[in-house]
Design a protein around this ligand. Sequence first.
Ligand code: HEM
Length: 150
Amino acid sequence: MARTVAEKNPGEYGFDDTSLRAMGGEPAVRKLVNHFYDAMESNPDAQRIRSLHPATLDLSREKLTAFLTGWLGGPARYNERWGVIRIPQFHGHLPISPVERDAWLACMQQAVDQMKIDSAFRSYFMREIARPADRCVNRASDESISAGWD
Ligand code: HEM
């Protein structure tokens, strides 16, 4: 299983459940994910990645909330319900170039900006979430047009 933020980043936030607590606990992760998918639905730059998702986002919201809870050092909610997931491999069938990665991260930035959290943690969170996002990139920018969008 992928290592959690807590395992990889010893420091002010990256151990035990410090990151989850800095976010505001499990209810705050749900709030973050709701902001994230709301941003994806409304941000014009995110329409291509929105269209890769199912028509309704209820399950996507559930799954990302569950995943991020564990990734932030909390209980492994995703694994409890759906088993092991490896983020880059899971996204392997999706056309993700740096353009889609940046759109995804922009939605996450919009979401995290709406959270009442410490600004140092906000920067830390965005820095850390950019790592798995980068590992989801599986093609060059100019390939996304011919591979997924014609
Ligand atoms: C880099 C840009 C990314 C794009 C374009 C993207 C896109 C998607 C799409 C389209 C789905 C829905 C797939 C489906 O239901 O068939 C999905 C699911 C998911 N994504 Fe991403 N994603 C990205 C990055 C990430 C990152 C960085 C994480 C975690 C840190 C993540 C976590 C998840 C999870 C947990 C699911 C649900 C998995 C499941 O269905 O069991 N994604 N993503």
